[in-house]
Design a protein around this ligand. Sequence first.
Ligand code: ZN
Length: 278
Amino acid sequence: MGIFSKPRLRSHDRRDDMPEGLWIKCPDCGALIHMLELKQNLQVCPHCTHHFLMDSRERIALLADEDSFEETEIGLISANPLAFTGYAEKTASLREKTGLDDAAITGRLSIDGQRAMIAVMDFKFFAGSMGSVVGEKITRAIEMAIAEKRGVIIVSASSGARMQEGMLSLMQMAKTCGALARLSEAHLPYISLLTHPTTGGVTASFATIGDINLAEPKCMIGFAGPRVVKETTHQNLPPGFQTAEFMLEHGLIDSIVPRSQLRARLGTLLAYMMPVVP
Ligand SMILES: [Zn+2]
């Protein structure tokens, strides 16, 4: 954003007596929010309902019935198949910093009593990019769902394919979609939840092929970024381009669900969609 178009600072943003790291400014309405209040409010701005990023652990705590989450495929970490300079060091430092193995967590859980498999992407790890580990974990979660007759929920938040793994990242798009096709053949439901931001190879593969595609309010959904689209098409982009609301209007997603209602909505949908066991 150019410096001249930045919103004006509010006077209460300039207090000097506040300890650092306790307050965060809402990028949408500019209000200052205490971190504790934000956490208690599911990382949603209490003033304007702006949805802040939610990490994978928080997301699972939000969605899973108490003590029902059982993580799978712990310890899968990426190799450096292309010997990409600095990649091994970068992933090692991210593992240490975030406590995550890679940009997705998978596991069994129940949501409002409905058994399911979940994969949650985490934007904190390498901007949620999909390399071999993310693709493999998601594929194994889907295969486990087929074996155990569970529905699948994938929560996306991604900058797209991880370029440091080149073609091996891109092939995860086909691999995950292939697994989802087998899930469909097994008559088991797949619900995709798109969160801010979902872009690139993740948008172009599993994130947008759910039996039902849900999104959080105002989240960015796209393939290439708006600047690239504008430069390629030489056209002015319509207002609200690449937001969840725009995608709902144009049929890419089925419903926008505020974070506070997600668990109940997913539980209801799973109850509708899971096959009846004779
Ligand atoms: Zn706000």
